[in-house]
Design a protein around this ligand. Structure first.
Ligand code: FE
Length: 286
């Protein structure tokens, strides 16, 4: 294979309406079906709504262990608090990269903006066995710290994690070596981006329509595109622009035992986690 072997499309999916938390209506982009397909990623939720009744119930107190949850806001805000006493607000353009590790108990309450709009994403990244019980950690990134790369054809890329055109995103030192880009491509444009061989790469389209992969399949808003292996991804547009998340990471390749907000390697570890929740011994650090 040549060094410029572009990635083709392995699978495409459409997001699905899902009810989560205390009654939040969202669209799940990945996280149904085969949990190994997007390894190291487990889930991606799109919570875009102009109706506060669809999201105000929020995600009251719940635990996490064994994963990272990454929240990226476009509009509105989410108030959060946790068992360690951390409190904060994730506002439009901000990112919260939370490594649950050995365990946190938190709540996430969407509040919308003055017009009642809420727009954002939550991604779950798995942790390898060697790091599932690491101390919990937050990387709270304000919008102003996220570099915006603008190319000569008008393509605009917010770099949350990873490097593009020499600009490195502010989220660092993540175990699965992820890239997380928010790419807005104008009409009649092309975008290509190198991707490490062997890494899982997917795109989630949340505005417009584009041509994805080596075969230039046309995919619109609400589509998830999982790419085959290769050295780069190619996306182009014709009469309309497209905006998408482009996410990649190093596969973990370990057994996945997943129940609700806790993801471990074995059923025994899951039983232990839920047992500890009952006994009040779940929190190990902090
Ligand atoms: Fe959570």
């Amino acid at each position: 294979m040549s060094a410029n072997n572009p990635r083709a499309i392995k699978h495409t999916f459409k997001n699905r309406p899902t009810l989560e938390g205390a009654g939040v209506h969202l669209k799940r982009a990945i996280g149904f079906g085969d949990p190994y397909l997007f390894d190291p990623f487990l889930l991606l939720d799109d919570f875009h709504s102009d109706d506060p009744q669809q999201y105000l119930a929020g995600f009251p107190w719940h635990p996490h262990r064994g994963i990272e949850t990454i929240t990226y806001m476009l509009e509105g805000r989410v108030e959060h608090g946790d068992s360690l006493g951390n409190r904060g607000v994730i506002s439009a353009g901000d990112v919260q990269w939370m490594t649950a590790g050995s365990g946190i108990i938190h709540q996430e309450m969407p509040k919308g903006d003055a017009q009642g709009r809420m727009y954002g994403f939550q991604l779950w990244a798995n942790l390898p066995a060697s790091h599932k019980m690491m101390a919990p950690r937050y990387q709270e990134i304000k919008s102003s710290r996220i570099p915006v790369v603008t190319r000569s054809n008008g393509t605009c890329i917010r770099v949350i994690c990873g490097t593009i055109d020499g600009q490195q995103g502010p989220v660092r030192d993540i175990i699965t070596d992820p890239q997380y880009l928010d790419v807005a491509l104008p009409a009649n444009s092309q975008f290509s981006h190198p991707t490490p061989r062997g890494y899982t790469v997917f795109a989630y389209v949340f505005e417009g329509v584009g041509q994805f992969g080596a075969q230039e399949s046309t995919l619109e808003n609400g589509s998830v595109i999982l790419f085959t292996d290769g050295d780069q991804v190619q996306i182009s547009t014709v009469g309309e622009g497209v905006r998408f998340l482009l996410i990649s990471g190093k596969p973990i390749g370990e057994p996945i035992a997943w129940r609700g907000p806790i993801v471990m390697n074995s059923q025994e570890e899951l039983r232990l986690a839920f047992d500890e929740l009952q006994k009040g011994t779940f929190i190990k650090h902090g």
